[in-house]
Design a protein around this ligand. Structure first.
Ligand code: ZN
Length: 423
């Protein structure tokens, strides 16, 4: 069984209903003053109905997971039947609350277990909430089917599966909160040609505290973003058979990259102005484990085809990874503004804008301008939330602990005080 955070499936509900308990000064507690957030995790194994929750307990002052507490709300008989065991130790372990074996546990863990037992789980409203969250989560896992009722008595005995192995997914990676249905296209549907094209309606954020750099959005009044295909002109002019050859190589790059390399090199000699060829070749090198060669190709593409937005972005990415921030700024002409880099263009494809701005955001984060990086992030969340670059910037800006801190302790969120909960 694997346990996943509730917020991954229901971020909005999690934001409103993740409980935190405040230990105020003067409170009689073994815990340091601060807030303790209880991030819920539930089982995501299809067909399972184990009726347990795992709390990753986060401290507001130390910004870390202090303990992982497991708890099952049903009677012991349920877990005995479910696990097909009479071993009281096993049943007690399943019912809890217990500190989960193998999960993070600091010196505060025993006191947090105590807090869970004596305060959190004595709140009947909260216990009902946990059951409701479990139902929601399980229904999502089962694809909308209601969770089965009584435990399955015929279920074969499970291995002693005290869930220790994979119970701390919150430590792994934060998945962006906004998950769209799989059927949703990655970009907004392309407008038909006869439709008037609105400019992006995102106003520039006023009064940004920087002078030298252009904020994203400020430049948007100068160009239009489209999701219609925008064929690259050099590629367009190629003879049909060459295009077909390139498409064939694109497939080979994925499966047998070494085989594609000489053919792509040959094509580049013949058609040095077709930027896609460099992309494919650099991917082939990278996939073949030839990182240096891949980077050289990326740089070559930038030198030869700087008008190609992705050549710029890819080379900037290489420089960013090297820590060569001066070169990144150079590539973006110190403006980070597409309309200044390409004054002759009035339209950009959404993927160009998203990759360009995402890279710019990463650059600003790396160079200490977090506020501006967040501004790019906010902007990208609006125009291209599902783009890989958007996700990458967002994840880099908000690693899991920062997200959990937001989830548990942001202002105006529901907070319980220890004293108000003592029963
Ligand atoms: Zn389960």
């Amino acid at each position: 069984m694997a346990y996943r955070p509730f917020y991954e499936e229901f971020p909005t509900v999690a934001e409103q209903e993740t409980r935190a308990i405040t230990i105020a000064p003067g409170e009689r507690s073994r815990l340091p003053v601060g807030e303790y957030g209880f991030v819920e995790m539930f089982c995501d194994e299809p067909g399972c109905d184990c009726r347990r929750v795992f709390f990753s307990v986060l401290s507001s002052t130390r910004h870390q997971i202090e303990a992982v507490v497991a708890w099952g709300w049903e009677k012991p008989e349920f877990y005995a039947t479910w696990m097909n065991t009479r071993n009281p130790r096993v049943v007690a372990e399943l019912k809890g609350p217990v500190l989960n074996v193998g999960s993070p546990a600091t010196a505060l863990a025993p006191a947090l277990l105590e807090l869970t037992r004596t305060v959190l789980l004595r709140d009947p409203h909260y216990v009902e909430r946990i059951k409701r969250h479990y139902q929601m989560f399980r229904q999502r896992i089962e694809g909308g089917r209601p969770v089965t009722g009584p435990p399955r008595t015929e279920r074969p005995a499970k291995k002693l599966d005290l869930p220790s192995a994979r119970t701390a997914p919150v430590d792994v990676a934060y998945r962006p909160a906004r998950r769209l249905p799989k059927t949703k296209p990655h970009v907004r549907p392309a407008r038909r040609d006869d439709c008037p094209r609105a400019r992006t309606g995102i106003p520039p954020k006023p009064s940004l505290p920087f002078a030298a750099e252009t904020p994203p959005g400020a430049a948007f009044s100068h160009y239009e973003i489209t999701t219609e295909p925008m064929p690259e002109p050099h590629y367009q002019r190629l003879p049909q058979r060459v295009k077909e050859e390139i498409e064939r190589l694109h497939d080979i790059v994925q499966r047998r990259p070494r085989e594609a390399i000489p053919a792509l090199q040959d094509l580049i000699t013949r058609y040095p102005r077709v930027p896609q060829l460099y992309n494919y070749l650099s991917v082939a090198h990278a996939r073949a484990g030839q990182r240096r060669e891949a980077e050289a190709v990326v740089e070559e593409n930038y030198r030869r085809n700087p008008e190609y937005v992705f050549a710029r972005v890819n080379y900037a990415e290489v420089c960013l990874a090297r820590g060569d921030y001066a070169q990144v700024a150079e590539i973006f002409a110190h403006t980070f503004d597409l309309s200044l880099l390409y004054p002759q263009r009035k339209r950009f494809h959404l993927s160009e804008v998203a990759n360009f701005m995402g890279l710019a955001g990463l650059y600003f984060l790396a160079t200490g301008n977090r506020e501006l990086a967040e501004h790019y992030d906010t902007f990208l969340q609006q125009i291209a939330p599902e783009f890989p670059m958007t996700r990458r910037l967002h994840k880099t800006l908000f690693p899991v602990i920062i997200y959990l801190t937001h989830l548990c302790f942001r202002e105006s969120k529901e907070v319980s005080y220890l004293s108000t909960h003592c029963v």
